[in-house]
Design a protein around this ligand. Structure first.
Ligand code: V47
Length: 363
């Protein structure tokens, strides 16, 4: 093992690509300090000392969802007491109020349950009206899973669905819905929604249309180390092909109120830091690694900046998905909080737009 780790270190220092076997060795070592040191070398080379954040607002149009994934505490059935479904007008009012409250707001991050009755036209209408009323806001919306759902309910191809959404004002796509690219796990945890092949097809098609996407991985449930590395390798291959992935986000599974509650505990901070570092080292062609403070907690997101991350996501404002599953972080942070979070790690906070253009450097 020691000689393998030494060979890996030489490769990292030379900027060479790591293999699957080497990725698995990174998953096995308990030398977390070394792993962080290695990831920091890669981070510095790929993205320098800037740490990005943005001012954004999450909107979840509905929690009614036909997929009912075992790992999710947010989705529910149409008849359940906690079910909600926004009208286009309500979504617009939320966005308007958020824009009025914060002149720095730049992005709407919109993801939702797979509603059994809404037609594709409804989503087009929402994007169109948001973009018409608030043209200065970038709309980052719909996971690969939602796009597959739209294709299914409309009878249109993924290409057509994405083309129409882009015409309506869609600017980019978030990284959710990827979960873990393993058919074994899909069968157990999320059999009612799109799997790896479809998610990757949506991302590939979006990139071909000039729509950047993010990419995520949900870890800390029933997956193996091999499945995590294989997931990262699939993203790396796609990125070799298209170059359209802007950032990778590792999402630690929160078990409360899910179908796995009582069976699985939240992974340790140690495991979170390992995952950030391994992602930084394996995804040598994805520039940004996001430490999503909402799911990691603020202290772990700060530590993650020393383990390969260079982005802490945004102000968020009202996070629902992980909070339904027991997350204890704030629902949102303000810009000053994010700047302080980054400054106290000795790094340079940089406010960015949704496609990583620099808005302001807080030197
Ligand atoms: O797709 C669902 C995950 C994702 C749970 O692209 C859970 O910038 C943990 O993708 N515990 C949605 N995770 C969040 C997401 C995201 C967040 C922030 C930024 C971006 C980006 C993307 O959350 C879902 C799913 O993978 N999720 N349930 C849970 N119990």
């Amino acid at each position: 093992m020691k000689t393998l780790l030494y060979a890996i270190e030489v490769k990292i220092r030379n900027g060479e690509r790591l293999s699957r076997e080497e990725g698995l060795a990174l998953m096995q070592t308990n030398d977390l300090a070394w792993l962080g040191f290695m990831a920091d070398i890669a981070r510095k080379r790929l993205s320098g000392d800037y740490v990005y954040f943005n001012v954004n607002r999450h909107i979840n149009l509905t929690n009614v969802c036909t997929a009912r994934c075992k790992f999710c505490a947010f989705g529910c059935d149409a008849g359940s007491p906690e079910a909600y479904a926004m009208t286009a007008r309500q979504a617009l009012d939320i966005a308007r109020a958020a824009a009025a409250a914060d002149p720095d707001l730049r992005e709407l991050h919109i993801v939702s349950g797979l509603h059994p009755e809404w037609p594709f036209e409804y989503y087009l209408e929402i994007i169109r009206s948001l973009k018409t009323e608030l043209p200065h806001l970038h709309i980052k919306a719909f996971t690969g899973v939602e796009i597959c759902h739209f294709a299914k309910i409309s009878g249109k191809s993924i290409f057509q669905v994405l083309t129409e959404l882009k015409q309506a004002g869609l600017g980019s796509m978030p990284g959710g819905g990827a979960e873990i690219f393993s058919e074994r796990i899909r069968q157990q945890l999320f059999p009612n929604k799109a799997g790896a092949e479809d998610w990757l097809k949506v991302a590939r098609t979006a990139h071909s249309l000039g729509l950047p996407t993010n990419a995520s991985m949900l870890y800390g449930h029933i997956e193996t180390a091999e499945e995590r590395i294989d997931h990262l390798l699939k993203l790396r291959s796609l990125q070799d092909e298209t170059g359209g992935i802007q950032t990778f986000i590792g999402l630690p599974f929160h078990p409360a109120n899910t179908g796995l509650a009582g069976k699985i505990s939240r992974v340790s901070a140690w495991e979170d830091l390992r995952m950030i570092a391994v992602a930084r080292l394996m995804l040598d062609n994805i520039k940004n690694i996001k430490a999503y403070w909402v799911m990691l907690t603020v202290p772990v997101a700060q530590l993650a900046l020393g383990f390969g991350a260079n982005d802490v996501d945004g102000t968020v404002s009202e996070e629902k998905i992980s909070h339904a599953a027991g997350s204890k972080t704030a629902l949102g942070l303000n810009k000053v909080n994010l700047i302080d979070l980054i400054l106290s790690t000795g790094r340079v906070p940089v406010e960015r737009d949704s496609t990583y253009n620099v808005i302001r450097v807080y030197a």
